[in-house]
Design a protein around this ligand. Sequence first.
Ligand SMILES: Cc1cc2nc3c(=O)[nH]c(=O)nc-3n(C[C@H](O)[C@H](O)[C@H](O)COP(=O)(O)OP(=O)(O)OC[C@H]3O[C@@H](n4cnc5c(N)ncnc54)[C@H](O)[C@@H]3O)c2cc1C
Length: 486
Amino acid sequence: MKKEIKIIGSGFSSLAASCYLAQQGHNITIYEKNETIGGRARQLKKEGFTFDIGPTWYWMPDVFERFFADFGKKPSDYYELIKLSPAYQVYFGPKNFITIADNLAEIITTFESIEKGSGQKLAVFMKEAQSNYDIAIKDLVYRPGVSPLELITFETVKKVNQFFGNISKDIRKKFKNPKLIQILEFPVLFLGAKPSDTPSFYSFMNFADFGLGTWHPKNGMYSVILAMEKLALELGVTIHTNSNIEKINVDNGKANALIVNGEIVNGDIILSGADYHHTESLLDKKHRAYSENYWESKTFAPSSLLFYVGFDKKIENVEHHTLFFDVNFDTHARDIYDTPKWPEEPLFYASFPSKTDANSAPIGKEAGIFLIPLAPGLQDIPEIREEYFEKIITRFEKLTQQTVKDSIIFKESFCVNDFITEYNSYKGNAYGLANTLLQTAFLRPKLKSKKVKNLFFTGQLTVPGPGVPPALISGKLVSELIQKNL
Ligand SMILES: Cc1cc2nc3c(=O)[nH]c(=O)nc-3n(C[C@H](O)[C@H](O)[C@H](O)COP(=O)(O)OP(=O)(O)OC[C@H]3O[C@@H](n4cnc5c(N)ncnc54)[C@H](O)[C@@H]3O)c2cc1C
């Protein structure tokens, strides 16, 4: 039967869910508090420069294909994908970097040239990583996290030891060179936890990296948001921006309305893609399934300090994606996860979309995005942001052997307080609840409210987890669960 479904938020997960639910024949309305859609994946445009505010790495292209195929479409119907070659570059010191090619054969050669015997070891490691990818990303993540039995399959039983070992140990058993170890530990950082807290099975992220490659949608990740908006509109979804949800009304244990900018709008089903903790705060306390202690006890993915910089010249000696791993990885990780504080010497990441995409900066200029991962909940004041910009840009100049400070036209920043005010993010987390073993699948906050009928959740704090591909999958999972519950 056709239902009125009201969706909170317009991030990737909400947009995905809206498409599936509209396809099922329901009336769908999205309410987004901000002026523009896209949530953490919004875009900043300034003085002829364009920046993705959040995600910049397009990984797992098969997940995007599968999403659009569910609607008889292809990504290329909406946006152009460019495979980055090289995929990315990692700096370990001045003039000391490793470039990761866009194909495994060349990456194996690079490994071998750095550590004798590591090429063959990488080939074997990647075979296992590919097999894990096939199990995890083609099958397991498409299960709704309702029961532990979902994880017990013929294939996972054979690999059970990989759920109890961690990927950091696994990599260190096989590889000795610290640079290769850091490169292999990097992909699981997208899952939001330390490699030493991430199960070995999650090497599927290494297959996503070396096996499937790094892609760039022309005009940036935001073109994927625009593609999904277009699809949603084609399917009949209505989208309202500048529409803040202030409360979820519950009557007789059933969610039946939202308060939007002071007005009541009724719905048969309420679905929230806003941060889970915030969504529950829109309910009276007795209707919340998870306590403050619950959230406090969870491992959150990091927050970030970001800078969006317009440079008056082309930047040398960097690739589209460049990682700066020239300082101690473990010390910074401790400052994020164990004893939260501003890191003394932060690792950072920089992206220069205008290296690939002429549309993102005026001719002869460069758009630069800099990201420092941080513990959520840190004190965030302008002086600290400035201090950290100075820290990383000075290191950047030294490592890449050039001066850039005097070529900055403008810089904008985004940090903990912005994640809270812009997205109602718990403690200003950037990408949700980490995917550790104890926060996987049925152990994550549920897609369906445990206390309120007709209230559902999607997005990076629920199943399957952080990242754009999981957000698309989350939208699909919740739409199937809603259909089942009708
Ligand atoms: C800096 C950064 C870098 C990242 N890099 C990558 C990357 O390279 N690759 C990758 O795959 N992933 C990356 N991610 C993660 C990825 O962007 C997210 O996992 C994904 O975009 C989350 O989508 P979502 O739908 O779950 O949530 P969101 O995008 O947060 O959507 C939630 C929406 O709800 C809205 N909302 C909140 N409260 C209300 C309310 N009361 N009323 C109405 N609306 C409300 C918010 O404004 C927001 O639009 C990154 C994230 C960040 C922040």
